[in-house]
Design a protein around this ligand. Structure first.
Ligand SMILES: [Zn+2]
Length: 366
């Protein structure tokens, strides 16, 4: 597997950290390459004053931007998030030295920021930094859609399950757990925003998603309705628009087979987390509905890694954790530094369990 680097100017702390990081990746079988085809990830060496992006040719390339911030601003979280989106990255690694003239990595604090609004930090230690970067750099996106007009006619105008998804989308919106972490349009130009949405597979209205199983006799057992990417959960349009039928999922190729009615929206794409929902429906026949929000609940199990949204690795880890719960069809799994995925026999059952337990702040673990 290959990676490449893109470097702007020089910065001793940043360059030292990247050289150590690259060395660790090479020990794990990665090779640096100038050939952009087949790249797994890019180390983008940028700067805090004006972070700039590596322009990917393919969505499946992960970009890790590294920068140093010698005089950190009071609101470091917003600063790091703005650097992440300006550099169009999947992860921003920011080095904050104890004093502006400090020249060694030892003694620096390392801050990690992800598009899922993850923000956590630890004192510099080469291995610890590598362990945080590795799962993000080496994950595999499974967010492609294949829209096929093969939805049986009786579902063209929806079903009880579609209405259930629409109703609960509005409830979720009222609960205030679908926030954007940062007003993106205040830091990005329309062109950058467009590129960002393409990379992260969103259109910026809100986070989170809902789905409900629909057993369609013509389809395999795992079919379900799910909210589309970047739609407004408060006012979900119906089948083939904001609520899409995932007939099945090709896990090897990372493609959702989406069954459309003839009048469906050709630009619609199912939520990037369809891979996770599909794996759960396929594995646990008792699961009838799934909700994912950037919120938290006490006393839940949590994934040890924070894999990006829409990756095969995240789906597999959530499914593995469900296996260890007393009842996988009624469980809550914490996604580290990100949010929760909740299963239930129905959406109503899940929302009942939210009552008084849902916390809007996601705890961060380094
Ligand atoms: Zn999420």
């Amino acid at each position: 597997m290959t990676y490449t680097t893109r470097t702007e100017g020089c910065d001793s702390l940043r360059d030292a950290l990247v050289s150590t990081l690259a060395g660790s990746f090479e020990q794990h079988g990665f090779r640096r390459s100038e050939d952009v085809n087949g790249l797994q990830f890019v180390l983008n060496l940028t700067n805090a004053a004006a972070p700039t992006p590596y322009r990917r040719r393919s969505q499946s390339v992960f970009v890790i931007s590294v920068l140093s911030i010698p005089g950190p601003p009071a609101d470091l979280r917003s600063f790091c998030y703005a650097s992440l989106v300006r550099s169009l990255s999947n992860l921003a690694v920011a080095i904050v030295p104890p004093r502006p003239d400090h020249r060694r990595l030892d003694g620096c604090e390392i801050y990690f920021t992800t598009p899922e609004a993850g923000f956590y930090h630890l004192p510099y230690e080469a291995n610890a930094v590598f362990e945080r970067v590795f799962p993000i750099a080496t994950a595999h996106y499974a967010t492609n859609n294949d829209l096929v007009p093969d939805l049986p006619e009786r579902y063209w105008h929806g079903s009880a399950a579609v209405e259930d998804v629409r109703r609960h989308g509005a409830v979720l919106d009222r609960m205030g757990v679908l926030p954007l972490p940062f007003p993106l349009d205040s830091v990005l130009s329309p062109d950058e925003l467009h590129h960002l949405y393409k990379i992260f597979g969103m259109t910026g209205l809100s986070y989170g998603n809902l789905s409900a199983r629909e057993r369609v006799s013509e389809f395999s057992n795992g079919s379900f309705w799910m909210t589309a990417r970047g739609c407004n959960k408060a006012r979900l349009q119906g089948a083939g628009r904001d609520v899409l039928m995932v007939r099945e999922f090709d896990f090897d190729r990372g493609i959702a087979h989406v069954s459309m009615p003839p009048e469906g929206e050709p630009r619609a794409r199912v939520s990037v987390d369809a891979v996770e929902h599909a794996l759960i429906y396929e594995t646990y026949p008792g699961v009838g509905a799934i909700v994912h929000v950037h919120a938290w609940m006490d006393d839940i199990v949590c994934t040890p890694q924070n894999f990006p949204c829409g990756t095969r690795e995240l789906a597999e880890e959530v499914s593995r954790l469900l296996d260890d719960t007393p009842d996988p069809s009624r469980a809550v799994i914490g996604l580290k530094n990100h949010g929760i995925t909740v299963t239930g026999p129905t959406l109503a059952d899940i929302f009942e369990r939210f009552q008084g337990r849902l916390k809007t702040t996601v705890p961060m673990f380094s």
